[in-house]
Design a protein around this ligand. Structure first.
Ligand SMILES: [Zn+2]
Length: 287
């Protein structure tokens, strides 16, 4: 909400954030323009089922909460051009009155979105990966909010009070990262070539956005628990709405995996909802 954070002004300091024609920025709306790609089967998520040794570090960076994941996990397959090592995950969210996922699914914005960031293993560091058009692979997971508590998010949720203010860090005991993914629907995802959604907006990301959301409870939601300001700041500001606006695809191919379901039959979930109601109504009239 702060003026200097306005995503429309990022281009002033980071020219690569200007959404020029033919550029391929993220996030995007995932709609019926998707192309089914039968060769996109499930990704190989190596080490995601293991409980790794050591510690992970949760940090409030002022614009998100980031979990540094240490070593031991990597992602490949599913059409990715190589192996990518997993480095961190972070979250995007809205406010009390608005949702805050970055991607939208048929214009539906979810309460939150988690990004698991992976760097192509041939690169020694992030700086090097940002020079490669396919240097990063990010897994995007929509997070819905329900009245059910999700025990899998509890170690992150428990640590949030310790990182309420910008600059604060808390160690977390590692857990199987798979627990945070929509485990029964991992073969259903969308794939496209896009960018980082924060400056410098580098257009080097192969996006995998899972079709089915995972969930947390209202109590686990980040809104009102995290500040973008330091603990001793004169005025405390909640960190809210840390998502970038939707960008045009400019004809970019957006693929649906072999098993993706909801959007690939050309019928929107909303249309099915209306059709269902019409059928109910007809049934009601006994026509
Ligand atoms: Zn992100």
């Amino acid at each position: 909400d702060e003026e200097h954070c306005d995503p429309y002004a990022w281009g002033d300091n980071y020219p690569s954030c200007h959404p020029l024609l033919e550029s391929h920025h993220s996030p995007i709306n995932l709609d019926h323009q998707l192309m089914k790609n039968q060769s996109l089967d499930s990704l190989h998520l190596e080490g995601f089922n293991l409980t790794h040794k050591g510690q992970w570090w949760l940090t409030n960076q002022g614009h998100s909460v980031v979990l540094e994941l240490g070593n031991g996990m990597q992602v490949s397959g599913g059409g990715l051009p190589g192996t990518y090592r997993t480095i961190q995950l972070h979250f995007h969210w809205g406010s009390v009155s608005s949702n805050g996922s970055e991607h939208t699914l048929d214009h539906l914005r979810f309460p939150m979105e988690m990004h698991i960031v992976n760097i192509k293993s041939t690169h020694p560091n992030l700086t090097s990966a940002l020079e490669d058009p396919t240097g990063l692979a990010v897994l995007g997971v929509f997070i819905d909010v329900t009245y059910l508590h999700n025990e899998n998010f509890q170690s992150i949720s428990n640590a949030l009070p310790s990182v309420a203010y910008k600059g604060q860090t808390k160690s977390i005991r590692p857990f199987p990262l798979m627990n945070l993914l929509p485990q029964n629907n991992l073969t259903q995802y969308y794939r496209y070539h896009g960018s980082l959604t924060t400056p410098p907006c580098s257009q080097v990301v192969l996006w995998t956005v899972y079709e089915v959301p995972t969930y947390i409870s209202w109590a686990q939601l980040f809104v009102k628990r995290i500040y973008s300001t330091e603990e001793l700041a004169d005025k405390q500001v909640h960190l809210q709405n840390n998502y970038r606006h939707i960008h045009p695809t400019y004809g970019r191919p957006v693929y649906a995996s072999k098993d993706a379901k909801m959007l690939t039959n050309g019928v929107s979930p909303l249309a099915i909802f209306y059709l269902f109601n019409v059928l109910l109504f007809i049934g009601f009239l006994n026509i």
